[in-house]
Write a protein that binds this ligand. Structure first.
Ligand code: NAG
Ligand code: NAG
Length: 373
């Protein structure tokens, strides 16, 4: 999702919680044919996205949110593992990496990667599996654009192949992977949020995905690796999302040896297609996953009209679950909504937010988890 606004809340950092010994029963998540195996069980899984949870500064808030996910039966949570800045914010505001002059500096302090540490530790406690994403294509929370001046480029299209940008990006990946290399809370490492390369030959992104996934695999031989893209560029009805103009050749990228599963998103309003377009979109990707024998993760989806959340999105969920023996492994709706315990404030409502405990939550989570079984 392209996120325009920033988080409205900031609180004071507290000490890390003690790790829960139940983690000894957990395992590293894997692909098992076109399904996912989590803690020893291969089946279709459901989950959600919370880009903002690593930016919370109160551990009890993180704990409360993870406990809600666990009691709801959601197992996979996708988060931003990046927060790149070109101006250092005040000490109460979280950021993970800053750029100044021609250098990048990783923030391992209390308002830096220690916040991601707290999310990983809490996920271990509740056996929630995290997809940790390394950089944004969009400019929210910095993105590739935060690197530009320091690594000497002026566009995302240049960023993918510029050696200085890539060495900074690799250094950041190495630091994050190194912190959670053995954690059973890591579901997968993800290259970027919604990488595109407009007007580029598709080989630019394919080469970048190969180099990046091989690099991550050289650091970590266990955890899964995925692209985090929107799913553009594949055979279909010829409408915009199926076209190759954003520089993505979806099947070629999924065929890369160190890419573990396929990702795709669905935002009909942004893409100028109908809501019912979504069902064919899901099965088109599932067919490629089945051919390549890797799972498909329907990683983000949403409509902005609150009145349509349940009706439209539950239809897509049914299509995805219906393809569970034909390529689909899991789906994650965009995005999780919560009332933050320490402040009483609601998390970011971008029109797509499904708040814990709401009637949308009953439809898209509670009823859903029952259907999955
Ligand atoms: C660890 O987790 C289990 C299961 O979620 C729970 O019953 C137990 O109380 C937790 N222990 C600690 C020390 O938090
Ligand atoms: C996957 O990455 C590893 C580590 O970089 C590399 O040695 C290996 O050749 C890659 N796999 C394939 C099949 O290319």
């Amino acid at each position: 999702m392209k996120i325009a606004s920033l988080l409205p809340f900031v609180a004071v950092a507290a000490a890390l919680p003690v790790s829960n010994s139940s983690t000894q029963y957990a395992a590293i998540s894997r692909a098992d044919g076109t399904k996912f195996k989590i803690d020893g069980i291969t089946k279709y899984y459901a989950g959600t996205n919370s880009y903002w949870i690593p930016f919370l500064t109160n551990n009890d808030d993180v704990d409360s949110i993870m406990s809600h996910l666990q009691t709801s039966g959601q197992r996979i949570l996708r988060i931003w593992g990046f927060n790149d800045v070109t101006t250092i914010p005040g000490s109460g505001t979280v950021y993970f990496q800053s750029f100044s002059g021609s250098t990048a500096t990783i923030n391992t302090g209390a308002n830096g990667l220690q916040r991601l540490d707290a999310v990983v530790k809490t996920a271990e406690k509740y056996r929630i599996k995290l997809i940790i994403n390394f950089v944004n294509y969009w400019t929210a929370y910095g993105g590739m654009a935060a690197y530009f001046s320091a690594c000497g480029v002026s566009s995302n299209e240049q960023w993918y192949a510029a050696s200085k940008c890539q060495s900074m990006y690799h250094n950041y990946i190495k630091t994050v992977v190194g912190r959670y290399r053995t954690s059973t809370a890591v579901f997968a490492w993800e290259l970027a949020n919604e990488p595109r390369c407009r007007g580029c030959h598709t080989s630019v992104l394919t080469d970048w995905m190969k180099k990046t996934s091989d690099y991550i695999r050289s650091l970590d031989s266990d955890h899964m690796i995925a692209a985090g893209d929107e799913g553009f560029g594949l055979a279909g009805d010829g409408s915009y999302p199926y076209q190759f103009g954003e520089g993505v050749d979806w099947a070629a990228n999924l065929a890369l040896p160190n890419i573990s599963f396929g990702t795709f998103h669905l935002y009909p309003e942004s893409w100028g297609v109908s809501n019912s377009f979504g069902n064919g979109w899901v099965t088109a990707h599932a067919n490629i996953c089945k051919q390549l024998n890797k799972p498909c993760l329907f990683e983000e989806y949403g409509v902005s009209q609150a009145a349509q959340h349940c009706s439209v999105e539950s239809d897509w969920q049914k299509t995805s679950l219906g393809a569970k023996d034909n390529g689909m492994g899991a789906d994650l709706f965009w995005q999780l909504g919560e009332t933050i315990k320490s402040t009483g404030q609601q998390t970011h409502n971008d029109g797509h937010t499904i708040y814990y405990g709401s009637s949308d939550w009953k439809c898209l989570v509670d009823d859903r988890i029952k259907a999955i079984g």
